[in-house]
Design a protein around this ligand. Structure first.
Ligand code: UDX
Length: 474
């Protein structure tokens, strides 16, 4: 990657400070952003990543020169920063706790870094700004207090941010929290200003309290509005109208530079070891024939759902690659597959604890993705032209699913209770039927648009140049 024109040869060497949220789906895009900026910096842009000791980025030693990693809050018990995985996760409560526990330790670390800089003891560039995850308002306040400008990285899609921006108004109107969450018809109510979302898509977790959710979103919007700019991991041609709403509604510069994994390469960010042998297995399968099944790093299922999934996959008679993460099955000591499953699927299925997802989705053998619709998985699937079976659980996942199904028409929801017959039918529809073929074609058209964005003069490529210019101007 040649140095960006924004980095003038005679200019000062600078350092970008970053603080990701300590979860896989947030760590990855932040490190990809680091990689993208560093690569274009022509040796004049250094990176310091502040991070929680819990879920620390893997193997910092493998990053090129110019990177520094600074652990924050080593004494904080990891139980304070994590949350139990699953659709019953109180993720808003966890976000509030993370901000609370890391704020003081971060102030110490940042003060220290600025003091070293002042005394000329720091090597590398002078700090330009802090790029902070949109959920870390607490860290942004520390930076503001110490006079460091901030940019906010929003790791989700534009549609989700628009929905978050509409949240306070929906509360004012009395629509949220829902008057009767047990009333199915009421929960299906379409939200006119947020088509294709329904009231139920705005209830982000069955267990997080409305008050916690409201506080988290208030912090998130405060972070965005008081920053010097918001960076989004999506692309113009995918979410044009929602991006316009964000630009109009936030009043700060918006840098739409996704898909980040296509702009940045070779950044090691996986917290779990990826089983590479599945790629060899995929080599032996026919084009567009294999269903890839993964719920990302946090979503989970109970034992009954696991059983139904196993038999749905077995009965479908289609090849599959299934990720069963170590803590994916709730209230189970071991993720044991049902008796007879292995014989029934021998030679046709592979189960791994964690996959090299980007390579898997990019493999010609993959014909569909059964996903929980975390934003990274959704975007990665789009970028490889892979249609989806959607099984969202919490946070932004329902919103992403609605766009996949209703707007882009590149997948469909597997709704209600998981049942083997239903699963089998969904797999057949996606992999073997006309409807699925159309979805695959539309996904491939979107992939081509994503490629264009990152090419010379593409919208994301131009936006990253503007972002670099901004960073060098601080
Ligand atoms: C979380 C939230 O759940 C999600 O809703 C939000 O949008 C981002 O943060 P997560 O649930 O882990 O993320 O899902 P996702 O955003 O899809 O990120 C998972 C990442 O792990 C992806 O980048 C994917 O490539 C990677 N992955 C997943 C692997 O590398 N191997 C696997 O086997 C599975």
């Amino acid at each position: 990657e040649p140095a960006s024109p924004a980095i003038s040869a005679g200019g000062r060497r600078r350092r970008v400070l970053m603080f990701p949220l300590p979860f896989q789906g947030h760590l990855t895009p932040m490190l990809q952003l680091a990689g993208a900026l560093h690569a274009r910096g022509g040796g004049r842009l250094d990176i310091t990543v502040f991070h929680a000791a819990f879920n620390a980025p893997p193997d910092p030693a493998r990053h090129p020169p110019g990177y520094r990693f600074v652990a924050v809050g080593e004494g904080v018990p990891s139980g304070d920063l994590s949350f139990p995985s699953g659709s019953d996760a109180d993720f808003a409560g966890a976000l509030l706790r993370i901000n609370d526990r890391l704020r003081e330790p971060f102030r110490d670390r940042l003060r220290q870094l600025l003091a070293e800089e002042e005394e000329g003891e720091a090597d590398g560039g002078a700090p330009a700004c802090l790029v902070v995850d949109s959920n870390l308002r607490g860290m942004q306040l520390v930076a503001e207090e110490l006079g460091v400008p901030t940019l906010v990285l929003r790791t989700g899609g534009a549609a989700c941010l628009v929905a978050y921006m509409a949240f306070p108004a929906l509360c004012d109107k009395g629509l949220l929290p829902p008057a009767s969450s047990q009333d199915k018809a009421h929960m299906e109510m379409p939200l006119d200003e947020l088509t294709p979302l329904r009231l139920r898509d705005m209830v982000f977790s069955p267990i997080t309290t409305h008050a916690n959710m409201a506080r988290c979103l208030e912090h998130l919007l405060d972070a965005a509005r008081s920053s010097s700019g918001v960076i989004l991991n999506t692309f113009q041609e995918l979410e044009n109208s929602d991006l316009q709403k964000i630009t109009d509604g936030l009043g700060v510069p918006i840098y739409t530079i996704g898909p980040l994994h296509k702009i940045s390469s070779g950044i090691e960010s996986s917290l779990l070891a990826q089983d590479q042998t599945c790629l060899k297995w995929l080599d032996k399968q026919e084009a567009d024939s294999v269903l890839y099944v993964s719920l990302g790093s946090l979503a989970s299922m109970d034992e009954k759902e696991m059983l139904e999934t196993a038999w749905g996959l077995a009965n479908s008679q289609r090849p599959f690659l299934w990720v069963i993460r170590h803590n994916m099955v709730r209230s189970s000591q071991q993720e044991s597959l049902p008796e007879g499953f292995e014989e029934a699927t021998r030679g046709r299925g592979m189960v791994v604890p964690w996959a090299p997802q980007l390579e898997v989705l990019g493999h010609r053998a993959i014909g569909g993705f059964w996903t929980h619709n975390g934003w990274n998985s959704t975007l990665e699937s789009i970028c490889e032209g892979v249609p989806m079976i959607c099984r969202p659980q919490f946070a932004d996942q329902m919103i992403n699913m609605r766009y996949v199904q209703e707007v882009w028409k590149i997948g469909f929801e597997l709704e209600g209770e998981l049942e083997r017959g239903k699963i089998e039918m969904a797999i057949t529809k996606l992999l073997c039927m006309e409807e699925g073929r159309h979805m695959r074609q539309r996904a491939k058209d979107l992939r081509d648009k994503a490629v264009k964005c990152t090419e010379e003069n593409g919208s994301s490529k131009s936006a990253i140049e503007l972002l670099l210019k901004r960073i060098m101007s601080f």
